[in-house]
Design a protein around this ligand. Sequence first.
Ligand code: AMP
Length: 120
Amino acid sequence: MSTTDCLFCRIVAGEIPATVLRETRTTLAFRDIDPKAPVHVLVIPKEHYADVATLAEGDPGLAAEVLATAAAVAEEEGLLGDGFRLLFNTGTYGGQEVFHVHAHLLGGAPLGPMLTSNLS
Ligand code: AMP
């Protein structure tokens, strides 16, 4: 996918508005447009990588910067005391819809079990 076709690249470029909470030289954190928890923030590298596996393989230092930005936003949003969830939906089984890697930072209320079991 070219970056001009990528929704999150267009947010990085300022072509699509977003509620930005934190920006570093290499990362951006903005509120999810359809929040699934009282706090729901997406944290992305500005550079386009399709998913977390590709990012970790291609630039592990940048992956660490995404985690550091997520932790800083968790602190700023007051999530450190009660805790939060940080997850990367990846690929078809992971339910990924936007193929520019993003961490979902979720918190502000009890989040319930991680998954409803599909194993039975
Ligand atoms: P995923 O299913 O992990 O790929 O998550 C994609 C997320 O992007 C969803 O939680 C959407 O609500 C969110 N999203 C889609 N469009 C936007 C947008 N323009 N601004 C902020 N979040 C968005």
